[in-house]
Write a new protein. Structure first.
Length: 433
């Protein structure tokens, strides 16, 4: 599951350790993933407008499963994880434009550093499921993959990261949200809740349909990132690149698109707010097993059923999430700004602005050909301020800057952009009047 190249990193050894699980538990992340899936499926349906109060059937039963797992993890990891059930009212075309009650579950691992505590790194899956008719609250909708798999990734990540001695500088939030199928309603609420708590989102991952490989030879999960206003760069794109650097291109497949063609997910409210957010999805989807009533037609089994799940793959996706979340939550903040000047001169100039941070060793100046997908290191500097790239044109490459911690952890890259235009001079008074 973890490549030999990476298994030498102490952090991964730690993240992969199932040692904190009580001996009676399913052992190892893949077995745990299966155990959680079985419990979520047993709720029959997790439609967002099914029952929130019936302990046996409906989305409230699903919420109880998540809360119980997270509370057990919190107890086993010394109580540092705080479990929150966020109840809210929401509406949209897929609630009949009527306000309905929904609930999200969050486990919060508060950051240890007052400088970085208000930066939140968020992993989310959606608790709700659906049958063929998106308004059908009654039929079975096991959602074994869509999206019990993403909820499982949040839970496994909470378990691995809450166990890290000393914690992280930034805050980690492990979420299971409702209302995705009704129009990303729970993710919108998650974004609002984070703001209400005073957090700035340093990075958000939605894991949605990360449970099956459907016979794909390429077992790498797809990591979707949006191009941003210029079609080239966005904070989410920097997140995707960082994951690719950490895990290597043999473990992730970057897709430079907001989402699958013509489709969407819970990262979108964050992307639209200009925040760093990505979507992770399995390599090859089987549409017979998504958003389908359970039935057999012409010998074909339809339905999002557990027999199509690949639990070692779910565990691998969880490990990838943990790799990125741990890096970003331990790293210094990204630079506040990185401005590029020096057009029509022989040397590009980059001006970096950043908060004081004793945990920061310096900055990396990154470059890439305009046709390249990945950054390359150009040079390192210790201090913010102006950096002159002698004999380097502003025109032929893209540049970015990121912070590097004393422990080698790296922030998201901040692309170098032109300074904002100066305010135009006040119009001169027309002469002779
Ligand atoms: Zn989904």
């Amino acid at each position: 599951m973890i490549s030999p190249r990476l298994s030498i990193l102490p952090v991964l050894a730690l993240l992969a350790a199932p040692a904190l699980a009580a001996p009676s538990r399913a052992s190892g992340p893949a077995a745990e993933a299966r155990a959680i899936d079985v419990e979520l499926i047993a709720c029959g349906t997790r439609h967002s407008m099914s029952s929130w109060t019936d302990p046996k059937r409906g989305i409230g039963c699903g919420r109880d499963v998540v809360v119980r797992w997270l509370n057990e993890i919190a107890a086993r990891t010394g109580g540092r994880l705080k479990v929150v059930v966020d109840k809210y009212q929401t509406s949209g075309p897929r609630t009949g434009n009527v306000a309905v009650p929904m609930e999200n579950v969050y486990a919060v691992l508060e950051g240890t550093d007052p400088l970085r505590r208000k930066a939140a790194y968020v992993v989310s899956g959606h608790l709700d499921s659906r049958a063929s008719d998106v308004m059908d609250t009654k039929s079975d909708a096991p959602g074994a993959d869509d999206d019990a798999s993403g909820v499982i990734v949040s839970i496994l990540s909470a378990e691995a990261l809450a166990a890290k001695p000393g914690g992280f500088r930034g805050t980690l939030v492990f979420a299971a949200v409702a209302g995705e199928e009704q129009g990303l309603l729970g993710a919108r609420r998650l974004k609002e809740w984070l703001a209400e708590q005073g957090y700035q989102v340093g990075g958000m991952i939605t894991d949605d349909i990360v449970g099956a490989t459907n016979g794909s030879k390429d077992r790498r999960p797809r990591v979707f990132s949006e191009g941003g206003p210029d079609g080239v760069d966005s904070p989410g794109r920097q997140m995707a690149r960082r994951l690719d650097e950490l895990a290597g291109p043999k473990r992730v497949r970057l897709v430079f698109r907001r989402d699958r063609f013509g489709r969407g997910g819970d990262h979108i409210p964050f992307v639209e707010a200009g925040l760093p957010a990505i979507r992770i999805t399995e390599p090859l989807e089987n549409y017979d097993h998504q958003h389908q009533d359970i039935r057999v037609e012409k010998g074909v089994q339809y339905g999002d059923l557990i027999q199509y799940m690949d639990f070692p793959f779910v565990a691998e996706v969880a490990a990838l999430n943990q790799l990125l979340l741990a890096e970003l939550a331990a790293a210094p903040a990204p630079p506040k700004s990185a401005l590029l000047t020096g057009a029509v001169t022989p040397s590009a100039k980059i001006t970096v602005e950043a908060e004081e941070d004793p945990g920061r060793k310096g900055f990396e100046i990154l470059r890439r050909e305009t046709t390249d997908a990945r950054w390359h290191l150009l040079r390192t500097v210790e201090r913010p301020g102006e950096i002159v790239l002698e004999g380097t044109s502003t025109d032929n490459e893209y540049f970015a800057v990121r912070s590097v911690g004393r422990d080698g952890r790296r922030s998201l890259a901040v692309p170098c952009v032109a300074p904002p235009p100066a305010a135009p001079p006040a119009p001169a008074k027309p002469p002779g009047r």
